[in-house]
Design a protein around this ligand. Structure first.
Ligand code: F6P
Length: 324
């Protein structure tokens, strides 16, 4: 193997740049020519692929976003789109791929490998932490810390006015960010897509809590089964029926995706990037390089995409116990 290419795809996450840097520099160190594909599968289809050098990744380890840019490509979902992508890689004699992204990225990489057989190793880049085969995903720690900083600030004003705040964090299908912020931010409740939210018990507890507490923070993952934070706030308000109680909603949104990556995310991104190159050279393919129990492990894309990564039940219990 002489030439490989790296790309980032799907929702960006802080630490992707550290991962790109590690891929490029480890690749060069191991004697490979490394290319960068712009805007994920879109750039692969359009042939937007350029040689990268050691200096191409200078001064990026501390930056959020991705220097390669990212996209969610609809065309790559079609056989015609994938054929165009393959032809572009063939023209450049690219023999291996490193895909940095989440489950959508790996689903595309798996189909592409099955059709065209270009060896591909992935790195888990998503703030959601919802990928099986790695304890944490690149960007999760930064997103949690960003959300936590916001929750701390909301707590100040919530307490000053004795208000009940619903804070919506990202996580369409998973509640990892919500649970981590809930524990770290001392939330009274956390609502996540993985468990059924019992509105009545929330209302009952909120009424009781209000006797002893000046304010309440409820962290809602955007994909909760009852709806988004605004919808849930209205449901609770309608049931509590107390005009003296004030309810507020803050949706944190995309600020969770940006910002300088934490040390943890820089190290994780660097380790996964190096692990991906070393895996590719060792003949691994159609799999992701993740870190479990502090060790690099390779997990098939199939398992990464299809196996569930459950929330730790102790963490949910912790929130209940510590919010009394
Ligand atoms: O998958 C990462 C993520 O940030 C989710 O938490 C969120 O639901 C989604 O991406 C938002 O996607 P977009 O930036 O395309 O709106």
């Amino acid at each position: 193997m002489k030439k490989i290419a790296v790309f980032t795809s799907g929702g960006d996450s802080p630490g992707m740049n550290a991962c790109i840097r590690a891929v490029v520099r480890t690749g060069i160190y191991r004697g490979l020519e490394v290319y960068g594909i712009q805007r994920g599968y879109e750039g692969m289809i359009e042939g937007d692929i350029k040689r990268m050098h050691s200096y191409s990744v200078s001064n990026i380890i501390q930056r959020g976003g991705t220097i390669l840019k990212s996209a969610r490509s609809l065309e790559f979902k079609t056989p015609e789109g994938r054929k165009k992508a393959f032809d572009n890689l063939k023209d450049l004699e690219i023999e291996g791929l490193i895909a940095i992204g989440g489950d959508g990225t790996f689903t595309g990489a798996k189909v592409f490998f099955e059709e065209y057989g270009i060896p591909t190793v992935g790195c888990p880049g998503t703030i959601d932490n919802d990928i099986y085969g790695t304890d944490f995903t690149i960007g999760f720690d930064t997103a949690v810390n960003t959300a936590l900083e916001a929750i701390d600030k909301i707590r100040d004003t919530a307490a000053a006015h004795d208000r009940i705040f619903f804070v919506e964090v990202m996580g369409r299908d998973s509640g990892f960010i919500a649970v981590e912020c809930g524990i770290g931010g001392g939330a009274e409740f956390v609502m996540v897509p993985e468990t059924k939210t019992d509105l009545n018990s929330v209302v009952k507890s909120l009424k009781n809590l209000r006797k002893s507490k000046s304010s309440s923070i409820i962290v809602v993952a955007e994909g909760d089964d009852l709806g988004n934070a605004d919808q849930i706030m209205h449901m609770v308000k309608d049931k509590i029926k107390d005009p003296s109680k004030e309810f507020k909603v803050t949706t944190l949104g995309h600020i969770q995706r940006g910002g300088n990556p934490t040390a943890r995310d820089r190290v994780l991104g660097s380790r996964c990037g190096m692990g991906a190159i070393d895996g590719l050279i060792a003949g691994k393919t159609n799999c992701m390089a993740g870190v479990m129990s502090n060790t690099i492990v390779y997990t098939s894309f199939e398992d990464c995409i299809s196996k569930p990564k459950p929330l730790h039940p102790d963490h949910l219990a912790l929130i209940d116990i510590l919010s009394i």
